[in-house]
Write a protein that binds this ligand. Structure first.
Ligand SMILES: Cc1cc2nc3c(=O)[nH]c(=O)nc-3n(C[C@H](O)[C@H](O)[C@H](O)COP(=O)(O)O)c2cc1C
Length: 477
C-alpha cells in the first residue's frame, strides 16, 4: 500500500475545517499577499490556491501549512486536539528513540505522471510565487527537500534549504555554513566533480518537518520519516543522478551543481522578519529532469515576520530538545518549556519549574539560554513557576509583572551564539555574537510561604467544574 502523502494530509486538514481554497490569485504578488495575511495570526487555515492565472486549472499551491497545532499533530499522526505541551512531550520521547525504517525502492509511482527531460525541462510550468514584495524572484523550494548523496559513505541527506527558480532549467540553492548539504556538495567540488542534486517540492509534511530540523550527520531524513509514518517510505531513483525521492511526491527535479558555478540568489524575506542577509552568489542547479504528478501541488512554508510557517512548528520541537538538555544538565523538576512563536521559536523561551531551592530558577535560566538547543539566536529566557502555563503568554507576562524584582532577577549576558540573521548581532563575519536577557519570574524561594495567595480557582475546582459543566464552559478550558 502506498504511503500517506501530501494529498492525504490535505484531506485530513480539510476534514477538521482547517483548509481555505482560493481561486484566481496570481503568482507575482497575490498568492504571497494572501499567505502573509493568513500567517499573521497562528491558527488560521492552510490556504490552497487553484485556477492560478497562466497555469492549467488543478496546478495548485498550498501554503500556511504548519501554522496550527492541529495541523502539526495531523502531520505527525497525532490526534488533532493534542495540546502544545503534549506535543512537546511527544518530541521529547521522539529524541530518545527516534524510530526509523529504511526506504523501499519501487518501480513506479504517481510522480512519473509527467517526465520532462533535456530541452523539455521547464520548472516554470509549476506555478511558483514571488512570496514577498522585495524577494529577488520566485522560490520553488521553501517547504522542500534538497537531496544529495555523500560520495564517501553513500549516505543520502534530505535538507530543507531555499531554492530559487531562475530559468526553465536553472535553479539555485542557499545552504548556510555547516549544513549537511553544503558539506556534501564541497566533497564533490574538492574532487573537481559536479555535485548531483535533486529537489523535492510537495510531499507529506512530516518529511519537511524532519528536513528542517537537526537530524544528525549521517542520518537519512526519509528513513526518519518512515519512523513517523510507521512504514518504509517508497522511493524511486531519479534517472540521471539515481537520487531517491518519494514515489508519491508532487514535484521533483534533478541536476548538477558544478564547481564554481554560482548565480545571484535572493533575497527572500527571512524568519526573523527582516531581509538581514540579503542577496549573494549561491550554487546554481543545472536541471536535467523534471517530474510531476498530474495536477501537481507546490507546497510552501514561508519565512516572514513571525509568527510564520518557517518556524512555528519548531516551537514544540525546540522546547522538547531544551527540556531534555535541561534534565541532562541535572536541573530537577522542569514542568514545561515553550519557545514563543513571535520570536521565531528561537529568540524567546519560557521554562516552567517547581522551585526546590534558592538559585534553582536562575540555574535553569542560565542552562536554557546556553544549552545547545536553546543557545543559537536566543535573546530572552524567562523562568516561571509550575502554576504558569509556558504556552499562555497572558500568564507568563503576569508572572513577569508580579513575581520578578529586576534588581536581582534580571541579568544581561554578553557574547551569546548569534548569526547574520539576527539584526542585533554584533562583531564580525566569523564571530557573530549577541547579548541576551534572563528573567527569573518565579516567586523568590525565600518568600514562597509568605507570598500572597493567587486569586484564581484551584486545579481541583477546575476539575470539578469540567466534570459537571463541560458543555457550558468555553472550548479548550
Ligand atoms: C521552511 C524552512 C526553510 C529553511 N531554509 C533554509 C535555507 O534556505 N538555508 C539553510 O541553510 N537552512 C534553511 N533551513 C534550516 C535547515 O533546514 C535546518 O537547519 C536543517 O537542519 C538542515 O538540514 P541538515 O542538518 O541536513 O543540513 C530551513 C528550514 C525550514 C523549516
Amino acid at each position: 500500500m502506498a504511503n500517506k502523502d501530501l494529498r492525504d494530509w490535505i484531506a485530513s486538514v480539510e476534514k477538521t475545517g482547517e483548509l481555505k481554497v482560493i481561486k484566481g490569485a496570481e503568482t507575482k504578488e497575490e498568492i504571497g499577499g494572501f499567505v502573509d495575511i493568513y500567517m499573521r495570526k497562528m491558527g488560521q487555515p492552510a490556504v490552497m490556491f487553484d485556477e492560478i492565472p497562466g497555469y492549467p486549472k488543478g496546478h495548485r499551491v498550498v501554503a500556511n501549512i504548519l501554522t496550527s497545532v492541529p495541523r502539526i499533530n495531523l502531520a505527525l499522526g497525532l490526534p488533532p486536539e493534542t495540546s502544545e505541551m503534549e506535543l512537546t512531550q511527544w518530541w521529547r520521547r521522539y529524541f530518545k528513540d527516534a524510530p526509523s525504517h529504511p526506504t523501499k525502492a519501487v518501480n513506479g509511482g504517481p510522480l512519473l505522471d509527467n517526465v520532462l527531460e533535456g530541452p523539455n525541462v521547464n520548472i516554470q510550468k509549476i506555478p511558483t510565487p514571488v512570496w514577498h514584495e522585495l524577494d529577488g524572484g520566485p522560490f520553488i523550494g521553501t517547504a522542500c527537500l534538497v537531496v544529495m548523496k555523500d560520495p564517501d559513505s553513500g549516505w543520502v541527506n534530505y535538507g530543507t534549504y531555499r531554492v530559487q527558480s531562475h530559468e526553465p532549467n536553472v535553479a539555485s540553492v542557499m545552504m548556510s555554513p555547516g549544513k549537511h548539504g553544503l558539506v556534501i556538495m564541497r566533497k564533490y567540488h574538492e574532487r573537481g566533480q559536479k555535485c548531483p542534486v535533486a529537489v523535492i517540492a510537495g510531499m507529506h509534511p512530516s518529511m519537511v518537518m524532519l528536513g528542517g530540523i537537526e537530524i544528525p550527520y549521517g542520518k537519512n531524513e526519509l528513513e526518519a520519516a518512515g519512523g513517523i509514518l510507521g512504514e518504509p517510505v517508497e522511493v524511486i531513483n531519479m534517472p540521471k543522478t539515481g537520487l531517491p525521492v518519494p514515489a508519491n511526491c508532487e514535484i521533483a527535479f534533478e541536476g548538477f551543481i558544478g564547481p564554481d558555478d554560482k548565480i545571484k540568489e535572493g533575497p527572500l524575506g527571512e524568519w526573523t522578519g527582516y531581509y538581514a542577509s540579503g542577496s549573494d552568489l549561491e550554487p546554481a542547479i543545472r536541471i536535467e529532469t523534471l517530474m510531476y504528478r498530474d495536477n501537481p501541488i507546490l507546497m510552501g512554508a514561508i519565512p516572514a515576520v513571525p509568527p510564520n510557517d518557517n518556524t512555528f512548528y519548531f516551537g514544540a520541537y525546540r522546547a522538547g530538545a531544551i527540556w531534555n538538555q535541561l534534565e541532562a544538565a541535572g536541573i530537577p523538576e522542569v514542568k514545561g518549556v515553550w519557545t514563543h512563536q513571535a520570536g521565531g521559536s528561537r529568540f524567546m523561551m519560557v521554562v516552567s519549574i517547581k522551585t526546590l531551592y534558592g538559585g534553582h530558577s536562575k540555574q535553569a535560566a542560565m542552562v536554557a539560554a546556553h544549552c545547545h538547543a536553546g543557545a543559537y539566536n536566543n535573546r530572552w529566557t524567562i523562568v516561571v513557576d509550575d502554576d504558569i502555563d509556558p504556552t499562555n503568554f497572558d500568564d507568563v507576562v503576569w508572572a513577569m509583572c508580579t513575581r520578578c524584582d529586576p534588581r536581582d532577577q534580571v541579568d544581561i549576558i554578553d557574547g551569546g551564539w548569534s548569526s547574520a540573521l539576527d539584526p542585533m548581532c554584533y562583531d564580525t563575519q566569523d564571530d557573530r555574537r549577541n547579548s541576551r536577557v534572563i528573567i527569573d519570574a518565579c516567586i523568590p524561594f525565600r518568600r514562597k510561604k509568605t507570598f500572597p495567595k493567587v486569586a484564581r480557582s484551584s486545579r481541583a475546582l477546575d476539575d470539578r467544574m469540567r466534570a459537571k459543566w463541560a458543555k457550558d464552559l468555553p472550548k479548550g478550558f
